[in-house]
Unconditional design. Structure first.
Length: 241
């Protein structure tokens, strides 16, 4: 892929890594490009003429989203719809960042073509709706992922919650690779994560003294297993060498 990359959400956890990892990237602040204000998206597309738009901006506070549904919907669903409208008639390729939370978390091992939902929380619902809007872009790739900050932030971690998420410094380079080669992926949806493990096992990698806990102690309804099947991504990487 050659040409400029326009990144939304460049000040966020993932976006900050992508800014360093991607070539020729421009990441306007929210003041310049507010996804809820359609004319700012059009203006950025006209200004930068990107070959690829990476749409990583989102309302990501899962707990707050239950309370502030209007904002979460406006940013995640409205913001994606505004992008699709702005991209109409352009050659630009859209890479849309999505989440394992589009799945219920009842079974785990979800493959890209598994039927999503029912979502566990309002954030997951908005991200699922956003995915379906993103699919209306003529040229697109939806990346479902999940990540943690590079340090484990809590004193406990759950032994009975399973995930394929990993630390942001592990996941971001993988996503950057997929973005650099987005036009060669050949699929419209891609899971980028690592192997299935308990959250406790993930935490112990960076915080050996972390205490074992149970999801029953969390005080919120946590999915048991939102792990993603990553066979497609592994196959692509081995093909690319
Ligand atoms: N965190 C996870 O574990 C996780 C897991 C799976 C998928 N994802 C997805 O990965 C992407 C990045 O997540 P993250 O955790 O890195 O997000 P984050 O740290 O919460 O950052 C969110 C970003 O979105 C921007 N943003 C919010 N509202 C905006 C608006 N109206 N207009 C323009 N920009 C706006 C923020 O800008 P400001 O700095 O101006 O607020 C910030 O740059 C999201 O699509 C998220 O759904 C995250």
């Amino acid at each position: 892929m050659s040409g400029r990359i326009l990144l939304t959400g460049g000040s966020g956890r993932l976006g900050s890594y992508l800014r360093d990892l991607l070539p020729n990237v421009v990441a306007p602040s929210r003041t310049e490009l507010d996804v809820t204000r359609p004319h700012t998206i059009v203006a950025a597309l006209d200004r930068y003429h990107p070959a690829v738009v990476v749409h990583a901006a989102a309302y990501t506070n899962v707990r707050e989203a239950e309370r502030d549904r209007a904002t979460c919907w406006a940013v995640n669903v409205g913001g994606t719809r505004n992008h699709i409208r702005a991209l109409a008639g352009r050659e630009t390729f859209l890479v849309h960042i999505s989440t394992d939370y589009v799945f219920s978390g009842a079974e785990g091992g979800y493959a890209e073509d598994d039927v999503p939902g029912p979502t566990r929380n309002y954030y997951g619902l908005t991200k699922l709706a956003a995915e379906e809007i993103a699919r209306c872009a003529e040229r697109h790739l939806i990346i479902r992922t999940s990540f943690r900050p590079s340090e484990w932030p809590y004193s406990t971690a759950f032994t009975d919650v399973y995930t394929s998420q990993d630390y942001i410094d592990v996941i971001a380079p993988e996503i950057a690779l997929a973005i650099r080669r987005c036009t060669e992926v050949g699929w419209d949806t891609l899971h980028i994560a690592t192997e299935r493990k308990s959250v406790y096992d993930l935490a112990r990698r960076r915080c050996p003294g972390v205490h074992a806990g149970s999801k029953g102690d969390a005080g919120v309804d946590l999915p048991r297993d939102v792990s993603l099947d990553i066979a497609r991504w592994r196959e692509l990487k081995s093909r690319w060498g």
